[in-house]
Design a protein around this ligand. Structure first.
Ligand code: ZN
Length: 321
């Protein structure tokens, strides 16, 4: 058997796609925003920036607060700052919607530690905007795969090798990548981006906005890699041979339009045994997620107890009959 074929399905995609053309709409739109905000009442438009000494999160709001938007620590300090967001998606859901949803999530989870079900924890659900990068682009170019099929002929393995070339031409719209290190790309579920609205300081009247803490290049690399991986996996899925390994990725990105956006969520971060567990609800659609996994040991113990109880009941019923 050919040794080259053994690890064929473990491609390492190290060719980052090259950006050929495109840019951002931000420069000229930013000029408009700055001009617009000067005309408004500066005092009424005052944004307060805070940084948390505990978890290092920086956030902005028009409200007065002494609590960190992420970790709920009171060790926050007022600082000067600025936002760089261009668009936001307005909230459709209310804090009450989020509280009701959270209560539903914890209702039948008997195995959750009590810190999740406490009144303080329910009260600490916050209306928050998360910083994301949104991209539209086109990808095109040639992707070449090594491919092979193996058949047993007269007790001998016969290998047929191929080289498969694909001409890629995909359009991507509204791909999103997090600009905040504590929230993952797929954490906020999906949004309807047709309600994207030009940024305005008033979005922070009754909410907090988290300031991005990831380096811009790192965010863009992350976005490029996400696009690259999805192009390669789409091509790979289309190849019907048994074994396939990427040979060459000639895909380039065209017509790239990046937007810095704020996405609405209700957030509740619960610290338990030095780990942050995140409840997040999409502020537009109401989809939500509580990222807590019940420990396997607890699950095994509870399963054993449940089985014992069932056996006991069966035994009782059998002895009565
Ligand atoms: Zn904090």
């Amino acid at each position: 058997m050919d040794n080259n074929l053994i690890n064929m399905n473990n491609d390492i995609i190290d060719d980052a796609p090259k950006v050929l053309s495109g840019g951002t709409e931000e420069d000229y739109l930013f000029a408009d925003i700055k001009k617009g905000s000067l005309l408004e009442d500066e005092a009424a438009n005052q944004l307060n920036y805070f940084t948390c000494r505990n978890c290092k999160t920086t956030f902005v709001t028009k409200m007065s607060t002494n609590t960190c938007v992420f970790c709920n620590s009171n060790d926050v300090m007022k600082i000067s700052g600025q936002t760089n967001n261009l668009y936001y998606i307005p909230f459709s859901k209310t804090v009450d919607d989020a509280i009701n949803d959270y209560k539903k999530k914890i209702r039948f989870r008997f195995l959750l530690p009590s810190v999740f079900t406490s009144k303080e924890s329910i009260k600490s659900i916050k209306k928050v905007y998360l910083p994301f990068l949104l991209r539209d682009c086109n990808t095109n170019g040639k992707v070449i795969f090594y491919a092979a099929d193996q058949n047993k002929v007269n007790k001998q393995i016969e290998t047929k090798k191929y080289e498969v070339c694909y001409d890629v031409n995909f359009d991507f719209k509204n791909l999103s990548v997090s600009r905040f290190s504590k929230i993952e790309n797929n954490a906020v579920l999906s949004y309807e981006y047709n309600s994207l609205t030009l940024f305005d300081n008033n979005v922070f009247n009754d909410s907090c906005g988290i300031i991005d803490d990831l380096d811009e290049n790192a965010v863009i690399n992350n976005m490029n890699n996400q696009i690259n991986n999805s192009v390669i996996s789409m091509v790979r899925d289309g190849i019907t041979h048994q074994l396939k390994k990427l040979k060459n990725n000639g895909v380039v990105l065209n017509n790239v339009v990046d937007k810095r956006v704020l996405l609405p969520v209700f957030l509740n971060v619960i610290n338990y045994k030095n780990t942050d567990y995140i409840y997040i609800m999409n502020g537009q659609t109401g989809e939500s997620n509580l990222m807590y996994k019940i420990s396997p040991i607890k699950l095994v113990i509870v399963s054993i107890i449940t089985i014992l109880i069932i056996f006991f009941i069966v035994f009782l019923v059998a002895s009565i009959i």
